[in-house]
Design a protein around this ligand. Structure first.
Ligand SMILES: Cc1cc2nc3c(=O)[nH]c(=O)nc-3n(C[C@H](O)[C@H](O)[C@H](O)COP(=O)(O)O)c2cc1C
Length: 325
């Protein structure tokens, strides 16, 4: 399949693996890139720019295909060394960056000068237009369904994607709720030129996380995610568990008075214990409603090949069939 997204990133299939804290290591990224998509390392999972440089080198040993790096600008307790991470990306010869969380203007000049293509992930049409106006090459439009931070507008992709198509000139991928060939064909119909998946990629053989995490996604239905941190205007969609119930109880009790300190135990630094040790109840971790559409734990290549083969069948047989019937 050829779209402006496959052309922009030099990939075979219009499928991107979104940045994921403590999942986006070289193993995940290389598996997606080797399968013909765009794998993405998560910069801030690496404690320092030097560690990111090592991870880029490790990924390069596992794939000769293009891959990217995610740079997230979120309210962090200590400001990461963004110029250092950008230098590691450029020096490592990486040609694709996914930015997210806030306006990426501060990192665009060095990235553009080095010929790096930037796809900015955002949750609204106005932020997509802003990204276009400051020179981003593409946008990842993240609907309300998404795992992680859906923003505060709560617009699902059925509305958000065609709205983005009506306004944007640069190409965009659909993100949030994407699981299979149906997601891809629907996204293309709504105006996107590819899709970004995160939760679905965790439930694969190669995802470098504890098996408990994969099993939790497999067991979850579309009704099992919750929105936390809404009072802080830093809403996050997470899989429900004991810690999430505790957070929601505190949010009900404290209302607008709540601060991050009230929930720090359940959200601060919990990712390594969940993703690596499989301690599933100790904290909140991002997960999309799309967990309800995850029925197996294939290899990344099996997943991507299946999506592309079934997309072909949906377009050529199912849709074409309606016209010729
Ligand atoms: C476990 C997990 C961790 C994530 N961490 C990040 C992150 O560090 N930076 C980021 O930009 N997005 C992060 N995301 C969001 C994804 O990149 C993606 O935008 C979103 O999950 C898409 O929705 P989906 O899960 O329905 O595919 C994370 C998502 C998950 C599931």
């Amino acid at each position: 399949m050829k779209t402006r997204i496959t052309e922009l990133f030099g990939i075979e299939h219009p499928i991107i693996q979104g940045g994921m804290h403590y999942v986006g290591f070289a193993e995940m990224t290389a598996a997606v890139s080797n399968a013909g998509g765009l794998g993405i390392l998560t910069a801030l999972t690496q404690p320092s720019p030097a560690d990111l440089a090592n991870e880029i080198a490790r990924c390069r040993e596992m794939t000769d295909k293009p891959f990217g790096v995610n740079l997230t600008f979120l309210p962090a307790f200590t400001q990461p060394d963004y110029p250092g991470y950008v230098k590691a990306i450029i020096d490592g010869g990486v040609k694709a960056v996914e930015t997210a969380g806030n306006n990426p203007a501060q990192v665009l000049p060095p990235l553009k000068e080095a010929g790096v293509k930037v796809i900015h992930k955002c949750t609204s049409v106005r932020h997509s237009l802003k990204a276009q106006s400051i020179g981003c090459d593409a946008v990842s439009v993240d609907g309300f369904e998404c795992g992680g931070h859906p923003g505060e507008d709560d617009i699902p992709n059925m509305i958000l994607l065609p709205r983005a198509a009506d306004e944007l000139e640069i190409p965009f991928v659909a993100s949030g709720g994407m699981a299979d060939a149906r997601s891809l064909v629907a996204s293309l119909s709504l105006g996107a030129e590819g899709m970004n998946m995160a939760t679905r990629f965790i439930a694969t053989q190669e995802a470098p996380v504890h098996d408990n995490v994969k099993q939790a996604i497999l067991a979850a239905s579309e009704r099992d995610t919750r929105l936390i941190m809404r009072p802080l205007r830093n809403t996050e969609r997470v899989l429900n568990n004991d810690a999430v119930e505790a957070i929601l109880e505190k949010e009900r009790e404290k209302g607008a008075e709540m601060t991050i300190d009230d929930i720090i135990e359940e959200v601060g630094g919990v990712y390594p214990r969940i993703m690596q040790n499989g301690e599933m109840e100790i904290g909140a971790w991002s997960c999309g409603m799309v967990a309800g559409l995850v029925y197996d734990i294939p290899t990344v290549k099996e997943l991507v090949d299946r999506i592309m083969a079934e997309a072909d069948a949906i377009i050529r047989q199912r849709l074409e069939g309606f016209l010729t019937a």
